[in-house]
Design a protein around this ligand. Sequence first.
Ligand SMILES: NC(=O)c1ccc[n+]([C@@H]2O[C@H](COP(=O)([O-])OP(=O)(O)OC[C@H]3O[C@@H](n4cnc5c(N)ncnc54)[C@H](O)[C@@H]3O)[C@@H](O)[C@H]2O)c1
Length: 418
Amino acid sequence: MARVVVVGQGYVGLPLAMCAVEAGHDVVGFDVDHDRITALRVGSSYVEDVAVDVLREALTTNRFRPSTEPRDCAGFDVAVITVPTPLREGAPDLSYVESAARTLARFLRPDATVIVESTSYPGTTEELVGPMLAEVSGLTPGEDFFLGYSPERIDPGNRVWDLINTPKVVSGVDARSLCAVRSFYDGLVKQTVPVGSTREAELAKLLENTFRHVNIALVNELAVFAADLGINLWAAIDAAATKPFGFMRFTPGPGVGGHCLPIDPSYLSWRVRRSLGQNFRFVELANDVNDHMPDYVVRRLTLALNRRKLPVNGSRILLLGLSYKANTGDARESPASVIIDRLLALGADLRASDPHVVEHHVDKRVTRVELNQEEVAAADAVVLLTDHDAFDYDLVIKAAQFVFDCRRRLTGQQVETL
Ligand SMILES: NC(=O)c1ccc[n+]([C@@H]2O[C@H](COP(=O)([O-])OP(=O)(O)OC[C@H]3O[C@@H](n4cnc5c(N)ncnc54)[C@H](O)[C@@H]3O)[C@@H](O)[C@H]2O)c1
């Protein structure tokens, strides 16, 4: 059993803390957010992938201590940094990682292990976190303590792949650090994948997300052209996906969101520009295409209403799904918020339904409604933005006058697909 500190109790840190408790460790879940820690202490989970029962069970072991008190980090054997890494004015904002490293540095002891899981540009662990830990503690990474990077691959709402059965890339600033990092995760997950350096592990994470971002941009741009050409892109994607090699299925949508795709590739392009003075054109192009999708959705909706001699101004529009992807309540960076802005600016009478997104994450100007027969029938247009499984699609098809479906979930006379 090790004494583990997980710094940051969000979408990444809380599931990891639960997993470490299950593996028999003594875990401090440290977070600066008092509300979150208060919720955890009373067994209330704000992360959908962590069931209340799992949290309560962890609390009853007395081996999970949620805390806002830095002193509770003292004496750790392993500390994992899972704090946010947002963009500020287009550049990486590593202030949260720096603050987490400063907290840990005060309690760092010889032979302890510090692991960064937050997504960041290659070099962050060695160039930023290592020196900060060394400066405050007087200890040297790789010699006195172990330091590594292990990217999180958690996919909120995914019912097949979770923290335990998704292979975990592990790395260290030297061979002994890699060994320490690997042995920690070997006790938690089914498979670890060691790589040669922390930079490779950091790049692997950004490659995964940039790959997805670029491929989504490819089908999004194609969706715009295919609609103008009068060709069903979705059918073409289905056909292409029958090729058993060399093709991977991506589908268009109203834009990208969440904490990863709109942000992570920009960490990589920032690093390339900063270090090499070059533009990472694929990332910039993908940002451009994906950022324009919410406007394109509004344009298509406007045209569809226009065909029925309806202006957006005053039309009753029901948005279905506000989170950035299906079956999660994560509404961060969701394209829905841009679409809401645009439609309100055009004077739409806007309502929205989402069984996952909590109330305070929804724009106050939008009337939140339950998905029912009356709401659907009264809407001039229903726009399916996020295809949660919980929606009653039969009801939508039966009652709707017109549906603009951004996910190709529905079929019917009154349905138009993105
Ligand atoms: N959410 C995902 O699906 C996902 C997937 C893979 C990787 N990541 C990466 O993991 C990291 C964390 O993302 P998240 O979604 O869990 O974020 P989150 O916002 O859900 O949680 C982060 C938590 O860190 C806390 N925090 C901030 N500064 C702190 C500090 N100095 N000390 C202690 N706690 C602090 C915040 O209060 C918050 O509760 C990011 O780098 C993200 O890019 C996220």
